[in-house]
Design a protein around this ligand. Structure first.
Ligand code: NAD
Length: 380
C-alpha cells in the first residue's frame, strides 16, 4: 500500500500523523510511505529522519498524486478550508484522521463526487480492545496535561504548600470540571505539582477515578446514572439542570485559584457552566483554562483562541492544546495510526471487517456509512 503523510495546514497545527519510527515499522510490513517535505519539522522530526526510516520525502503534489491512503492529523471538516482547496486531489483515496464527522453535512456531495473512503478517529469505539487506536484519548491526555501547565504559568502563586524560613506558602486550589480523559490527566498533573485538587463530573462512575488520583470529588447531588449513554459519554441535559449545576458549583468556583473546564457532550455545544457572575465572584489573579473553548466554552466569557482578563481573572480559550506539545502528541497519535493501519491493511488492501474499523468508517467510496453520524445528521 502507498501511504501518504502530508504537512498539516490547519492554522498552528504542529503535529505530524506518522513519526519516522512508525514509518520504519510500516516499511518492514511491506508498505511504501511518501512524506511531504517538512511534514514533521514542527514536531521535531526532520526530513532526514524520515529518509533514514525508508520514506520518500517529496512535494505535496507528489504525495497527493501517488498515495492510495492518506494519514493525517486533520482532514475533511477538521480542516475544511484546506480540504476544499485541494479536494480534487483526494479523488478515490482513503483518508484516516480527525475528520470532525459531526461537521460533515455540507461536505456530503463533495465526498460522494470524489468517491472518498474515510475513517474518522473520533468514531473509534471506547472499548478496551480499541484503546491502542484511540487517538481522541491519547490527544486528550496531552491537552489535560498542558492545560494545567498553562494555568500554573499564569497564576501569581505556586501550586505546592511550602513551609520555609520565609514563611508558609499555602497550596493552590485547583477545580477540574469534567473528569473524562483530559480531566483525569489534568487532576493527575495538578496533584503532581502539589495543588489541592477538586473535581466534578455529572457521571457518578467518575467519583472513584477522581479519588484514586488523590483529588476530592465535589458532590452536588446532581450526578445521575442517566447522564451517561451506553458509550460511556455524557448526555446533554436540559437548561434547568445546567442552571442548578451552576448554582451548586458557584461556591467551589469562587474558592479556586485555577479552574480547568473540560465538560463536553459529543456533537453538541459545550454546556455553559461558569457565568460572568461566577467569574466576578472569583479571587483576583485566578485563572480559568477552558478546554471546551473549541465547542463554545464552558465559561460565558471564554473567547476561543484568546487569553482575556475579566474582573481580574484570566480566562484562557484554549484551542488545540495537543499541538502545543507536538513531539509527544505526534508520537502517541502516530502509534494510534500504526495500530489502526495494522487492523485494516490486509494483504495490500483495505479491510473493514474488524469491528473497530467498521465503527470508525465514515464514508465508503463516497457513501456515508456511519450509523452514528447518519443518526446525528438525520440522513438516510
Ligand atoms: P468527553 O471529552 O466527551 O467529556 C469530558 C467529560 O465531561 C466527561 O467525563 C463528561 O462526563 C463530562 N461532562 C459532560 N457534561 C458535564 C457537565 N455538565 N458537568 C460536568 N462534567 C460534564 O469525555 P471523554 O474524555 O471522551 O470520556 C468519555 C467516557 O469514555 C469516559 O467514561 C471515559 O472513561 C470513557 N473512555 C473509555 C475508553 C476505553 O474504554 N477505551 C477510552 C476513552 C474514554
Amino acid at each position: 500500500m502507498l501511504l501518504g503523510v502530508l504537512k498539516e495546514r490547519y492554522p498552528n497545527e504542529k503535529r505530524v500523523a506518522l513519526v519516522p519510527a512508525d514509518v520504519e515499522r510500516l516499511k518492514k510490513k511491506g508498505h511504501e510511505v511518501l512524506v511531504e517535505k517538512g511534514a514533521g519539522e514542527r514536531a521535531g522530526f526532520p526530513d532526514e529522519e524520515y529518509e533514514r526510516a525508508g520514506a520518500e520525502v517529496t512535494s505535496r503534489e507528489e504525495v497527493l498524486k501517488r498515495s492510495e491512503l492518506i494519514v493525517s492529523v486533520r482532514n475533511l471538516s477538521a480542516d475544511r478550508e484546506n480540504f476544499l482547496k485541494e479536494a480534487k486531489a483526494y479523488e478515490g483515496k482513503t483518508l484516516i484522521g480527525f475528520l470532525d464527522p459531526f461537521g460533515v453535512r455540507d461536505l456530503l456531495p463533495k465526498v460522494k463526487e470524489l468517491r472518498i473512503t474515510a475513517f474518522a478517529v473520533e468514531l473509534v469505539p471506547r472499548t478496551t480492545k480499541a484503546q491502542s487506536v484511540d487517538a481522541l484519548s491519547s490527544q486528550a491526555t496531552v491537552a489535560g496535561y498542558k492545560a494545567v501547565l498553562i494555568g500554573a504559568d499564569l497564576l501569581p502563586k505556586m501550586f505546592p504548600m511550602l513551609m520555609t524560613a520565609a514563611g508558609t506558602v499555602l497550596p493552590a486550589n485547583v477545580f477540574v470540571i469534567g473528569a473524562g480523559v483530559a480531566g483525569l490527566q489534568a487532576i493527575a498533573t495538578a496533584k503532581r505539582l502539589g495543588a489541592v485538587v477538586y473535581a466534578y463530573d455529572i457521571r457518578p462512575a467518575v467519583k472513584e477515578q477522581v479519588e484514586s488520583l488523590g483529588a476530592k470529588f465535589v458532590s452536588l447531588g446532581l450526578e445521575t446514572e442517566e447522564a451517561e449513554d451506553k458509550g460511556g459519554y455524557a448526555k446533554a441535559m436540559d437548561e434547568e439542570f445546567y442552571k442548578r449545576q451552576r448554582e451548586l458549583m458557584k461556591d467551589q468556583v469562587s474558592k479556586s485559584d485555577l479552574v480547568i473546564c473540560t465538560a463536553v457532550v459529543p456533537g453538541k455545544k459545550a454546556p455553559l457552566l461558569i457565568t460572568e457572575d461566577m467569574v466576578r465572584g472569583m479571587k483576583r489573579g485566578s485563572v480559568i483554562v477552558d478546554l471546551a473553548a473549541e465547542r463554545g466554552g464552558n465559561c460565558e466569557l471564554t473567547e476561543p483562541g484568546k487569553v482575556v482578563e475579566r474582573y481580574g481573572v484570566k480566562i484562557v480559550g484554549a484551542l488545540n492544546l495537543p499541538s502545543e506539545v507536538p513531539y509527544d502528541a505526534s508520537l502517541m497519535y502516530s502509534k494510534n495510526m500504526l495500530n489502526f493501519l495494522n487492523l485494516i491493511l490486509k494483504d495490500g488492501r483495505i479491510s473493514t471487517e474488524d469491528d473497530i474499523a467498521k465503527e470508525t468508517l465514515l464514508f465508503r467510496e463516497g457513501e456515508l456509512v456511519s450509523e452514528r453520524i447518519k443518526e446525528f445528521l438525520e440522513v438516510g
